[in-house]
Design a protein around this ligand. Structure first.
Ligand code: CUA
Length: 322
């Protein structure tokens, strides 16, 4: 019977270990985390097998015979056994905490050479800012085999960053900055998942994480930069048509009004500072043949900083080039 028990236990343990329960481990941190996981799991399996085996054996061996109405024999415990079943779990739990602590320190150590990406969570989306390139994207892109520090924060409530294949996971909390260190080791597309219940859209709060080659990463960054510039320019053109086109001529926007100066003429060859000043403080310099105080002087307040930037950028790119 003991042999049958050992055989069944062994077979089940093999099944448990051979089934791929975990997602593939695709960062250098993932293997360390998995080692802790299996260390704990194997200890649990051994303890469970021992306890279940002794229980089943005791139930079978010491069961009452039919018609046995006697009281059980009076037992006052066993000091030796109690010492063992207190000392062994204490030693195991201590070993688990020491091992986990060592791995935690290893996977959270910030390497000297690393890239920084700022991660912002809000209901219900992730955004990723690449400070060196001054680009913000809805996608997380990383070059393979390079350590990255993800600086997490949140705008509204607590969210939690997790990419299962990288194993690394951490809360994004409003008002503070937390960080995740990760070194992806496999190319491909992964999923960033929010793992903190953050509202109605929580389950849909996902983003793509792309692990690219170094060259692919640089191409991706450039593409994002161009897309951001194109979006800014489109916004600048729309703003111009709405806010400026009724008074000014600009070939690129197709406006022909003559209340104010023809911008293709007065802005040709001018720099961004001049254009910005002309928008927020129009009386500072009046083009020959025009009167001061015709143009409203409050664009500095009515436009947001970001709108003003895109307008200046647009005029810088188009005025005099139509
Ligand atoms: Cu954000 Cu759940």
């Amino acid at each position: 019977m003991v042999l049958v028990g050992v055989a069944v236990g062994g077979a089940l343990a093999l099944v448990a270990v051979l089934i791929p329960w975990l997602p593939s481990a695709d960062s250098s941190e993932a293997h360390k985390v998995d080692d802790v996981y299996w260390f704990v799991t194997i200890i649990c399996m051994a303890i469970f097998a021992l306890v279940a085996g002794v229980s089943v054996y005791a139930i079978w061996k010491f069961r009452a015979a039919p018609d046995d109405e006697e009281d059980g024999s009076p037992i006052h415990g066993h000091t030796g056994l109690e010492v063992v079943w207190t000392a062994v779990p204490a030693a195991l739990v201590t070993a688990i905490s020491i091992y986990s602590g060592v791995v935690l320190v290893q996977v959270e150590r910030i390497p000297a050479e690393h890239r920084v990406i700022e991660v912002t969570a809000q209901q219900f989306a992730w955004s990723f800012t690449y400070p060196e390139a001054k680009v913000t994207s809805g996608q997380l892109a990383l070059p393979i085999n390079q350590p990255v520090e993800l600086k997490l924060t949140a705008k509204d409530v607590i969210h939690s960053f997790w990419v299962p294949e990288w194993r690394m996971k951490k809360d994004a909390v409003p008002g503070i900055e937390t960080d995740v260190i990760v070194t992806p080791t496999k190319l491909g597309t992964f999923t960033v998942i929010c793992t903190e219940l953050c509202g109605l859209g929580h389950a849909a709060m996902r983003a793509q994480a792309l692990v690219l080659t170094q060259a692919g990463f640089e191409r991706w960054l450039n593409k994002e930069k161009e897309a951001a510039a194109a979006a800014g320019s489109a916004q600048g053109k729309t703003l111009f048509t709405q806010q400026c086109g009724t008074c000014h001529t600009l070939a690129d926007a197709g406006t022909t009004a003559e209340v104010g100066p023809d911008l293709d003429k007065v802005l040709a060859g001018k720099n961004a500072d001049f254009i910005r000043k002309s928008i927020v403080d129009p009386n500072a310099e009046i083009a020959p043949g025009f009167q001061p105080s015709v143009m409203p002087g409050n664009f500095g307040e009515s436009l947001s900083q970001q709108q003003l930037d895109s307008l200046v950028e647009y005029l810088l790119d188009t005025a005099g080039k139509g």
